[in-house]
Ligand binder design. Structure first.
Ligand code: ZN
Length: 213
């Protein structure tokens, strides 16, 4: 077996990373009347200038489902790429974190506001850290988002992969503030210090319990 193949298998077994997260296949599911919670959440997204569309509720095997979800393309003027359906409260927390904490952190460290966020995905039906037989990941309920990199108005791009332990002090400071403030909005936050599986992205979720590393 080649080193590449071994690495690939290791990544597949590992966790949050693995193959690119794909959303569910094109669905023929139709939108039903939104729940009161969803309506309230979408009003809050509108108030924060989030560009999104509602996505239909879906049920999959293994307890995986998508409910009260939206697909976000922009938060104010920040483009979000790579993200599929996510539960509306995840989108709302993401927008609040971005506007209240990540943008001020970007201005103070990088000296330039965030213009784009690159995500590794939201929905993926799999157990925690891809361990067979493990508890279902919050990704299996579209209740999580993985963030891999940020682009700023000055043209700079800061990725978790290169920036967390890289030479650029401003990038390191920005990523640490982004991570720490994420914990004030999400219940579970994992980053490069959490484990090997998160060496290249932040995992933010709204599952039960609290954990910040
Ligand atoms: Zn994740």
């Amino acid at each position: 077996m080649t080193h590449r193949a071994i690495l690939l298998i290791a990544l597949l077994l590992a966790g949050c990373v693995g193959p690119p997260e794909r959303g569910p296949r094109q669905s023929k599911a139709k939108l039903t009347a939104p729940s009161a919670e969803l309506k309230q959440c979408m009003r809050a997204l509108n108030a924060l200038d989030v560009t999104y569309e509602r996505t239909p509720d879906r049920k999959f095997g293994g307890g995986c489902n998508i409910r009260d979800a939206v697909k976000v393309s922009k938060i104010d003027d920040v483009v979000l790429s790579g993200a599929g359906s996510m539960r509306c409260p995840v989108a709302l927390k993401l927008a609040q974190w971005l506007q209240q904490d990540a943008q001020p952190a970007a201005r103070q460290t990088i000296g330039s506001p965030i213009r784009a966020i690159e995500s590794y995905g939201t929905y993926a039906c799999r157990p925690v850290n891809n361990q067979i037989g493990g508890r279902l990941s919050e990704h299996g309920r579209a209740n999580a988002i993985d963030l891999a990199a940020f682009r700023f108005a000055n043209g700079e791009r800061v990725s978790l992969l290169k920036g967390w332990r890289g030479d650029n002090r401003d990038a390191r400071a920005f990523l640490r503030r982004a991570h720490k403030s994420g914990c004030q909005h999400f219940s579970i936050v994992l980053g490069p210090e959490a484990n090997r599986q998160h060496h290249d992205h932040f995992h933010f979720d709204l599952g039960p319990g609290t954990y910040c590393k």
